[in-house]
Design a protein around this ligand. Structure first.
Ligand SMILES: Cc1ncc(COP(=O)(O)O)c(C=O)c1O
Length: 306
């Protein structure tokens, strides 16, 4: 996975992995203001291709704008940095791309004013986030005792490092209790999102996913919706309650890392027949066709790294 023979792009330069370090008094390390992306590049028949590079890079800059740490690099420069780091490192498998904008060394105190903005892009080979078995047979999910943080506080449209404390606590609680992942509810008790995924259920042939009020503007959720539209699958965007989750015919998570991962059990309740559901399987297959460049109608989502 992490391979220290590779290069990392840092503040405009490709440098050896081991040299991509920061000072212990870096501002972000203490006060948590950083934004990042998680993007995948797939080994397609035509070579390595980054999936939805423009959308991920736009979201990175929007996150930085929300948290007031806009870097000195443009959208195009940040896209090129991600392409360059993949070109220079030879990969044989699918790759995960992690751009991060953070505040470096130079001042202490809560105010970020005066702390230098730094940017890095690191890449590594990464397989299924929730396991190959999870992709095929589904995972066990626990509804978290932690609410998803409020839109009135840290602003969920930013993929901000600080927001992931909420995700970490929920994930740790679920894993320690013997589950694979957490599902967080919003403050009113409606489904928000997973610790790193958006959520769908299938009920009576209809695909349902909550609005993005209490979740990231997920790119995989959007891809799934576009696929569902193409396949003429009826789709609703509406709030989902906890009891609707338990009685769903199918349920699954979507995320760049998680891809489309079926859910077979929530809080000890078996979902559907306890296996990957038919609609989930159909969407999953189509999703992999899209990311691997086998569906020409979604070819515009791929940036080939020559
Ligand atoms: C909290 C959270 N929600 C949802 C998602 C899914 O977003 P995307 O599909 O854009 O990767 C992620 C992953 O990035 C996430 O971390």
């Amino acid at each position: 996975m992490l391979d220290d023979s590779k290069l990392i792009w840092m503040d405009g330069k490709l440098i050896p992995w081991k040299d991509a370090t920061v000072h212990v008094l870096s501002h972000t390390l203490h006060y948590g203001n950083a934004v990042f992306e998680g993007t995948r590049a797939y080994k397609t028949e035509k070579g390595l291709a980054i999936f939805r590079l423009r959308d991920h890079t736009k979201r990175l800059l929007e996150s930085a704008k929300i948290t007031l740490i806009t870097p000195k690099y443009s959208l195009e420069e940040l896209e090129q940095a991600q392409i360059d780091v993949l070109k220079v490192n030879n990969y044989n498998k699918n790759v995960y791309i992690r751009p991060l904008i953070f505040l470096g060394y130079g001042k202490m105190g809560v105010s970020p004013k005066g702390a230098p903005r730094q940017v890095m892009v690191a890449t590594w080979e990464w397989g299924s986030y929730l396991g190959d078995d999870g992709i095929e047979n589904g995972i066990k999910v626990k509804i978290s005792s932690f609410s998803r943080y409020s839109v009135k506080s840290t602003m969920g449209k930013a993929k901000a490092a600080a927001n992931y404390l909420n995700s970490q606590m929920a994930n740790e609680e679920a894993v320690d209790a013997g589950y694979d992942e957490a599902l967080l509810l919003d403050e009113e008790g409606f489904v928000a999102e997973g610790s790193g995924e958006c959520f769908f259920i299938v009920k009576n042939g209809v695909l349902i996913s909550p609005p993005n009020d209490y979740s990231l503007n997920s790119i995989t959720q959007d891809t799934t919706i576009q696929i569902a539209n193409k396949l003429n699958i009826p789709l609703l965007r509406r709030k989902i309650t906890r009891d609707e989750v338990y009685t769903a015919d199918e349920a699954f998570f979507t995320g760049t890392a998680a891809e489309i991962t079926p859910i077979n059990n929530v809080d000890g309740r078996v979902i559907g027949n306890g296996k990957r559901g038919h609609m989930t399987e159909k969407l999953q297959k189509s999703y992999f066709d899209v990311v691997y460049g086998r569906d020409s109608s979604f070819e515009h989502f791929l940036t080939y790294v020559k």
